[in-house]
Write a protein that binds this ligand. Structure first.
Ligand SMILES: [Zn+2]
Ligand SMILES: [Zn+2]
Length: 70
């Protein structure tokens, strides 16, 4: 809760929390409370979820085209 120093991301607001992954001090706007991560780590953790979902969709559309031709 009480962290001394400035947010290491924007360096303009007082730090509120510390990232559990990299230890960066982050203000309220640059700290994702739900994940316990700073804005940088939270951004890096998210893209992987979208990639795994896009692949099955491509395979499904391919199968439909083959079925219609035969
Ligand atoms: Zn900040
Ligand atoms: Zn971090």
């Amino acid at each position: 809760m009480s962290v001394s120093g400035l947010c290491q991301i924007c360096e303009s607001r007082p730090a509120e929390e510390r990232c559990e992954n990299c230890g960066t001090l982050a203000c309220e706007q640059h700290y994702e409370r739900a994940m316990g991560l700073c804005a940088d780590c939270a951004t890096q953790a998210q893209p992987g979820m979208g990639d795994s979902e896009s692949e099955p969709n491509v395979d499904t559309s391919h199968d439909d085209v083959d079925v219609n031709r035969f």
